[in-house]
Design a protein around this ligand. Structure first.
Ligand SMILES: Cc1cc2nc3c(=O)[nH]c(=O)nc-3n(C[C@H](O)[C@H](O)[C@H](O)COP(=O)(O)OP(=O)(O)OC[C@H]3O[C@@H](n4cnc5c(N)ncnc54)[C@H](O)[C@@H]3O)c2cc1C
Length: 422
C-alpha cells in the first residue's frame, strides 16, 4: 500500500527551551523540520530567569520575548514539566519516540567545583557556589521562598573572572551597602542602587564609601584583566580584534569597579584552603603568569594568604548529567564543537552553554544557530511516512496532556508567569 510522505523534512527533539533551545527550534522549524521542545520547568527561560540577577530586567524581558516568539511558532511543539533522564528516558527518546535527531540545549546548571583539594567539604561552612547565591538574591524576598538563605558579610572573596562573577561581586557589594545604610536608619532599594552605582547612591544620602567603614569584596582571577571573558570577540579573525577585545574587557571591568567599588586580584590562583574551627576562613593563593599559549602557570614560591569570612566560587557551570548519556569527566563528549556533534551517537547534537561552556547569551545563540544550519543541510532529506509523524505527534500530545498543557503556548505562559518577576 502506498503511503503519503511526511510534510516535515525531519523530526527533532530539543532538550531545553531557553536561549539555545528556542533558537535551534526556530531555525529548524523555519527549514521545514518538526521540532518538539522538552523543558523540565514550567517556564522555558533557563539561566535568563534564574541565573541573571534580577536587575537585568530589560535584558530578561527582551530574551523572554525572543524565546516566546520562537517557541510559539508553527512547527514547534512545547512540552513543559518534562525532564529528559527523569520523566522521559534518554534512550527511550532516542530509540522509540521516532525522532531523527536529538538536540541537547540543556545548558550548564551544576557549579564547577573549586579546584582546590577538599573545598567541597566546606560548602555551607564558609564556601558558597554562585548559582544558589544568585537564586537566593533573585527570590528570597518572595513570600513563598523556601530555598537556602545566606548572610552576606563584608570582605568576601569571589573566585571567578567571567560575566557571572562580576554579577556576583555586584550582589555582594549592593547587599553590604544596603545593610550598612539600614544600620544608619536609611532604607535603600538594591535595584535602584544598581542602576546608579554605589558612590552616587551614597552621595544622595550625604555619605561616601569610607563613611560606611566597609572593606568590600575582592574578585580573584587567575589571568590578566585583559583576558577576562567579559566580551565575545566578533568571529572575523582579524588580527586587531584580540587587541580591541582586551581594551574593551579592561574598560568593562573599570566601569564596574568605579560603580561598585570592589577590588580585583588578577594573576592569582587559589592553591589550598585556610581552615579554622572546621570552617573555611580564606584561601592560600599563588601568583600566576600567562604563557604565550594563554595558560596561567603558577609562579613557584610566590604564595600568600587571602582571609575572608566567605568564599564564593564563580568559576563557571557544567552540564547536569542526563541519565543514559555518558559524560567525559564533567563535560559532554563533544566530537565536533562547531557542529555540536556528540561523540558515540550518530544523531545527537548539542548547542549553547551545554557545549560552549562560555556563559554568554550571544555566544549561546550564535552557536545554536550554527548547529541548526548544519543539521538542516545534513539531515533535511530523510523521507518519512506521514503515519510516522502522526504517531510521534500523538505521543507528544499524550505527554502534554499528562502535564496539563493544552498545546497553546501563549496561554500556558500567561498561566505560569511569575507574579512581579520580569
Ligand atoms: C550570574 C550570571 C550572569 C550572567 N550574565 C550574563 C550577561 O550579562 N550577558 C550574557 O550574555 N550572558 C550572561 N550570562 C550567561 C547566560 O545567562 C547563559 O549563557 C545563557 O542564558 C545560556 O543559554 P542556554 O540556552 O545555553 O542554557 P540555559 O539558559 O541554561 O537553558 C537550558 C534549559 O534547559 C532546561 N533543561 C536542563 N536540563 C534539562 C533536562 N534534562 N530536560 C529538559 N530540560 C532541561 C533548563 O530548565 C533550561 O530551561 C550570565 C549567567 C549567570 C549565571
Amino acid at each position: 500500500m502506498a503511503t503519503n510522505s511526511s510534510p516535515y523534512r525531519c523530526h527533532v527533539a530539543i532538550i531545553g527551551g531557553a536561549t539555545a533551545g528556542a533558537e535551534a527550534a526556530d531555525k529548524l522549524a523555519s527549514e521545514g523540520a518538526l521540532c518538539v521542545v522538552f523543558e523540565q520547568n514550567d517556564r522555558p527561560y533557563g539561566k535568563v530567569e534564574d541565573g541573571l540577577p534580577r536587575w537585568h530586567s530589560a535584558l530578561r524581558r527582551k530574551e523572554y520575548d525572543l524565546i516566546d516568539t520562537k517557541l510559539a511558532r508553527d512547527g514547534v511543539h512545547f512540552v513543559p514539566r518534562t525532564a529528559i533522564g527523569r520523566d522521559v528516558g534518554f534512550e527511550d527518546l532516542l530509540r522509540t519516540w521516532g525522532f531523527d535527531l536529538i538536540v541537547l540545549a540543556n545548558g550548564a546548571w551544576r557549579d564547577r567545583p573549586l579546584p582546590v583539594d577538599g573545598a567541597d567539604a566546606y560548602l555551607g561552612r564558609g564556601l558558597v557556589h554562585q548559582n544558589p547565591l544568585i537564586y537566593w538574591f533573585n527570590h528570597h524576598h518572595e513570600p513563598r521562598y523556601a530555598g537556602p538563605t545566606y548572610e552576606v558579610p563584608d570582605g568576601a572573596l569571589v573566585v571567578g573572572g567571567g560575566l557571572a562573577s562580576i554579577d556576583v561581586v555586584k550582589v555582594l557589594q549592593l547587599v553590604i551597602t544596603r545593610d550598612a545604610l539600614a544600620a544608619r536608619g536609611i532604607e535603600q532599594d538594591v535595584l535602584a542602587m544598581e542602576a546608579k552605582g554605589i558612590p552616587e547612591t551614597l552621595a544622595q544620602h550625604g555619605l561616601a564609601w569610607p563613611d560606611l567603614g566597609l572593606e568590600g569584596c575582592t574578585l580573584v582571577y587567575r589571568r590578566r584583566i585583559e583576558d577576562m571573558p567579559l566580551t565575545e570577540p566578533p568571529p572575523t579573525g582579524r588580527v586587531e580584534d584580540p587587541i580591541k577585545s582586551a581594551a574593551v574587557r579592561r574598560k568593562i571591568l573599570e566601569k564596574a569597579q568605579s560603580k561598585f567599588l570592589f577590588r580585583v586580584e588578577p594573576l592569582t590562583a587559589p592553591v589550598s584552603l585556610l581552615v579554622e574551627d572546621d570552617r573555611l576562613v580564606g584561601l592560600r593563593c599563588a601568583r600566576t603568569r600567562v604563557e604565550a599559549s594563554g595558560r596561567a602557570e603558577i609562579v613557584p614560591g610566590d604564595e600568600f594568604e587571602l582571609r575572608a569570612p566567605l568564599v564564593i566560587s564563580s568559576i563557571g557551570s557544567i552540564p547536569e548529567p542526563i541519565h543514559g548519556l555518558a559524560m567525559h569527566g564533567e563535560l559532554l563528549r563533544v566530537e565536533d564543537a562547531e557542529r555540536g556533534k556528540i561523540a558515540d551517537f550518530e544523531h545527537v547534537f548539542g548547542c549553547g552553554n551545554v557545549v560552549t561552556g562560555k556563559g554568554n547569551l550571544v555566544a549561546s545563540r550564535r552557536h545554536s544557530g550554527q548547529v541548526a544550519t548544519h543539521l538542516v543541510q545534513r539531515f533535511a532529506n530523510d523521507a518519512r511516512a506521514s503515519e510516522h509523524t502522526d504517531a510521534l505527534l500523538e505521543r507528544v500530545r499524550e505527554r502534554q496532556r499528562n502535564v496539563g498543557f493544552d498545546g497553546d503556548y501563549r496561554a500556558w505562559i500567561e498561566r505560569v508567569r511569575l507574579e512581579g518577576f520580569v
